[in-house]
Write a protein that binds this ligand. Structure first.
Ligand code: IVH
Length: 664
């Protein structure tokens, strides 16, 4: 046997054992034997790099090469589902479908898995790319990370699959893995993941695929897309996809009557608690693809499917105390401190009380037994009081009137439900929060500094405002928080480098109320310099697109405060960019992270003009097609070799008109 044949044999064998173990739950060999085969393959691949294969089972172990994700345009938009929360709403859906079709139909009932969605493209039986949902139109190419998920086949079984198709599903972190991971994080004093969904999506966005490999993610596939699917039934197609090697949920049932649908929902409402992964509802899909096409889509979701969301799980526990936190903007958040209670798989100790009106509406008293709920949000909330359990009435919970941090009298701005501490320039959490915002990635992007370091610098009186950062020296900070000389040098140097950050981001970094990234960009394009902006009146400001009275007034207020002017002056002296640099930076970020190939001849613009349009929208024009290409902008007469390569790699081809629509 030649080396090439041996490698191929090992690969085929490992693919088969992998599928037996992870998808079928029926291993034929021991873990040790499996590892031995894997090592044998790894060794041979190292020895014969000429036989490299992107879909080799060795890809499962990941690599520690860091990379940023490129963005890819979805061939078919990734829509979401309409939600229902009650059985009468399910009946409404059923009736709508019945009327629209006016013929018999079946519904495929499935579990709604609560993870992060993924779109996989297979060409000639091989996984060519995996893309996250992103904004539904474009997502991140996370192929290398997805390849480490053992339940996702890299090479398909059999030969009756379409030449090219997409399959979508949910990537999940099983409860047991989630709990283990959080336990490890706790011992390392790292922030915990709020739920398995966040853990799964956070893991998928890891830059280091060997970390992904270690996190033991799982995946269920539930939606096939393509031109030549084997059957007309969605359910039937999924069963066939199972034979190709995909993991399909067993909890999938075809139903003819509404009663059968209700029975399915009721059964899984309790049974889901025994599933190894999180689920948040049931999905109902019209089974026939022909009927699906008749029903079609609205702008946001298919008319042939709907999600039924389970009632959020509730727990009853005691309210011990209400504390008030002051945020970066001075907003006061009331937090309920509770007796620890188990809720949807995690222990809850604190819950949000949102605002003064909500506290008042609940008529809360200390010691009350309260209902806690975890909806879609990460932070649980209190939804009610069990007044029947109130035999001793505690002190009534009222909203504070004085800032707990600095003693200023709180204010409530018109039209807002939150209370604020107005002492923007001297209230400690506001100062620290402003510095944290200033150094954040989208603002000045100063590496090596985080909330803890800011806290230390502030406590020691080294940094009282963002301007103080620019006078820090290595000698002042080395040794603090176990910081070595090298780290201290790095911090000081990244502070110095931040002086090159363009005007628009400096404006954003100032943390003016209501001036987010986009508004900051608009302002930077309308004013030559900060001096011009300082002088601007409300009338001038509201003439700028998307700047209304609220934002305009906030900007005027900011520059009427002497302390803010002093800060701006100090930053100016430090050398930050307070004037606009012409032509710097893209106009939009529509193609941020995109690598785009231009090919062929065009009718509306020249190639150079298209190159410029790509750059103006934040993208990069690259010369040759690779698996990292986000899409190809193709004119007439694109060469057959290029076309073939694009097809093999599953890269989407976008024509001139489509492209112009994208940037409209
Ligand atoms: S079908 C066009 N089936 O729910 C319809 N989605 O709000 C495509 N999800 O983004 C989705 N389990 O991430 C479908 N069995 C299932 C699902 C499911 C979970 C997620 C999916 C989607 C979201 C819809």
């Amino acid at each position: 046997m030649t080396a090439k044949e041996k490698i191929e044999q090992l690969r085929a064998e490992l693919h088969r054992h992998n599928h037996n173990y992870y998808v079928l739950n029926a291993p034929e060999i021991s873990d040790q034997e499996f590892d031995k085969l894997m090592r044998e393959l790894q060794n041979m691949e190292e020895e014969y790099p000429e036989y490299e294969d992107d879909n080799s089972p060795t890809m499962r172990v990941g690599s520690d090469i860091n990379k940023n994700f490129t963005q890819v345009l979805h061939k078919y938009s990734m829509l979401s589902l309409g939600n229902t929360y009650s059985l009468p709403e399910v009946t409404d859906f059923y009736e709508r479908v019945r009327k629209a079709l006016n013929e018999d139909f079946e519904l495929c009932c499935e579990i709604k898995y609560d993870g992060t969605s993924i779109s996989l493209t297979y060409i000639d039986g091989k996984l060519v790319r995996a893309v996250t949902r992103g904004d539904g139109e474009k997502g991140d190419d996370v192929t290398d990370n997805v390849k480490t998920i053992r339940t996702i086949p890299l090479v398909l079984h059999g030969n009756n699959y379409p030449k090219e198709f997409e399959i979508r599903g949910e990537i999940l972190m099983p409860w047991t893995v989630f709990e283990e991971l959080n336990k490890e994080k706790e011992t390392r004093e790292e922030p915990l993941f709020a739920n398995p969904r966040n853990a799964a999506s956070g893991t998928l966005k890891q830059q280091n695929s060997s970390v992904v490999a270690s996190r033991k993610l799982d995946a269920y596939l539930y939606y096939l897309l393509g031109e030549n699917l084997p059957a007309d039934g969605h359910f039937e197609n999924l069963q066939i996809a199972h034979q190709w090697g995909f993991k399909i949920s067993n909890a999938t049932k075809k139903c003819k009557t509404l009663q059968e649908v209700f029975d399915f929902i009721n059964y899984w409402d309790t049974e889901r608690k025994n599933l190894p992964v999180a689920s948040d509802g049931i999905v109902l899909k019209v089974n026939s693809l022909r009927q699906q096409r008749i029903l079609g889509f609205t702008a946001k979701s298919p008319r042939w499917a709907i999600a039924y969301k389970f009632q959020a799980e509730q727990a009853l526990t005691r309210l011990n105390e209400v504390t008030f936190q002051v945020g970066r903007t001075g907003a006061i958040t009331p937090v309920a401190n509770l007796d620890p209670v188990q809720l949807s798989g995690t222990v809850v100790r604190r819950a949000s009380l949102h605002n003064a009106d909500i506290i008042e509406g609940l008529d809360l008293h200390i010691g009350d037994m309260v209902f806690v709920e975890k909806g879609g949000e990460i932070i649980p909330k209190i939804t009610g009081v069990d007044t029947s359990a109130r035999f001793m009435i505690g002190e009534k919970v009222t909203f504070i009137t004085i800032c707990p941090e600095c003693g200023s009298k709180l204010v409530r701005y018109e039209g807002e439900s939150a209370y604020y501490c107005p002492n923007e320039t001297a209230c400690p959490p506001q100062i620290k929060g402003k510095i944290e915002h200033f150094i954040s990635r989208k603002a000045m992007n100063i590496d090596g500094l985080g909330p803890e370091t800011v806290e230390t610098f502030y406590k020691l009186g080294l940094v009282n405002s963002p301007a103080d950062l620019y006078t820090l020296t290595t000698d002042q900070i080395k040794g603090l928080d176990r910081m070595g000389e090298k780290s201290a040098e790095n911090i000081v140097s990244s502070i110095q480098i931040s002086k090159n950050v363009p005007f628009e981001r400096v404006l954003f970094a100032l943390g003016i109320r209501f001036v987010g990234e986009t508004v900051a960009k608009k302002i930077a394009r309308s004013f030559q310099s900060i001096e011009e902006l300082e002088k601007a009146t409300l009338e001038t400001l509201i003439q700028i697109d998307e700047i209304g009275e609220k934002i305009g007034q906030s900007i005027v207020n900011y520059f009427s405060n002497d302390k803010n002017l002093l800060l701006v002056n100090k930053l100016k002296e430090a050398g930050l960019q307070f004037t606009r640099t012409e032509g710097s930076g893209p106009l939009t970020q529509k193609f941020k992270g995109f690598s785009i190939v231009i090919s062929g001849v065009f009718a509306h613009h020249s190639r150079d003009e298209y190159k410029e349009l790509i750059e103006q929208n934040g993208g990069k024009n690259v010369g040759s097609i690779s698996s990292k290409t986000s899409f190809i902008l193709a004119g007439e007469n694109m060469g057959p070799a290029k076309l073939d390569k694009a097809r093999k790699l599953g890269v989407r081809i976008v024509n001139e008109e489509e492209f112009l629509k994208l940037i409209m």
